[in-house]
Design a protein around this ligand. Structure first.
Ligand code: ZN
Length: 312
């Protein structure tokens, strides 16, 4: 997904949908763009979407792992995220001063001036991609068994990209599956998920197309990285043209990392080769927003097939 700029017309439309979402109690506003609370009805739908995706994992015997929405700074440094997407990363800072610094902090708060001087980066960063915490955990287990690994992940993730487009939140949830093993296992997994996603969106009666994609790599070198990612067909996205017909929303992505993470975190297969990995993940809020936009705010009035898909 690239960083997009809304035109004046677009933002007028977008705000209307966002305002509707607030009015319906689906999202709860805050004073930060892209940071929202969720109402009961919205959560009920997000849970159902998550369960629909998760059903595939139950069927395939995926190992369930849950991580908090923050992760080790060391792991994130190793991952290459800061090289490629420094603009999106969030670092957790905390007060690390003495009494004298605290007094300065209190004074700043009283005066309404900058109080962040004594804030120092901690060992923790916000998780930007749900699957990042999992690779080093699996590497520590030793060689990947012949059948490979299949892991079910669900986490809030953070992206530093304030926006008034409701589909571009700063904190949102990804339900993801990660496959580790041979190149064949990783590729077959991704192919299977692309097919399964076609079925899923069809069952939800959302217009979806699968398209070759690239990540929003930062800076001058970013174009080269993006071109190479496309040339190698490493990333495909599930695009849904509902929230904004002019700019389809990526509601899922199907990523083949080749041996990148296998090399970074020394994951090896039984035969001693570097393991290949792939991950397929979905943005739960984006799918929920697409459903509300496409089928309306009254869930009871949605097509029966859509409702029984979500609540079997
Ligand atoms: Zn992933």
């Amino acid at each position: 997904m690239g960083v997009e700029h809304a035109s004046a017309n677009d933002s007028a439309n977008v705000q209307t949908f966002l305002e509707q979402l607030f009015e319906q109690g689906l999202l709860i506003p805050s004073d930060v763009d892209g940071l929202y609370g969720r109402g009961a009805k919205f959560e009920r739908l997000v849970d159902a979407i998550s369960d629909l995706i998760g059903a595939w994992g139950i069927e395939h015997g995926a190992e369930v792992m849950r991580f908090p929405p923050a992760m080790s700074r060391t792991l994130l440094e190793q991952s290459g995220y800061l090289q490629n997407f420094p603009q999106l990363a969030g670092t957790v800072f905390s007060f690390c001063g003495e009494d004298i610094d605290h007094r300065r902090l209190l004074k700043c708060l009283d005066n309404g001036t900058d109080w962040t001087e004594d804030q120092k980066p901690t060992r923790i960063m916000m998780t930007p991609v749900a699957c990042y915490p999992v690779y080093s955990v699996m590497a520590k287990r030793g060689k990947v068994p012949e059948r490979g690994y299949l892991i079910d992940i669900l986490s809030y993730v953070f992206r530093q990209e304030p926006s008034i487009q409701p589909e571009r939140m700063q904190l949102f949830r990804q339900r993801e599956f990660v496959r580790m093993g041979t190149p064949e296992q990783a590729q077959a997994f991704r192919e299977e998920w692309i097919l399964h996603a076609r079925w899923m969106f069809e069952a939800l009666q959302l217009p979806m197309t699968i398209a070759l994609a690239n990540d929003p790599f930062f800076g001058r070198g970013g174009t080269i990285a993006a071109d190479s990612q496309r040339a190698l067909q490493l990333k495909f996205e599930a695009l849904v043209s509902v929230i904004n017909p002019d700019r389809p929303t990526a509601c899922g992505s199907f990523n083949y990392h080749v041996d990148k993470f296998g090399k970074i975190w020394t994951i090896r297969t039984e035969s001693g080769d570097v393991a290949h990995t792939a991950c397929c993940g979905f943005g739960l809020e984006r799918i929920a927003l697409s459903l509300f936009k496409h089928h309306g705010f009254d869930i009871d009035a949605w097509p029966t097939e859509v409702r029984t898909t979500l609540w079997p």
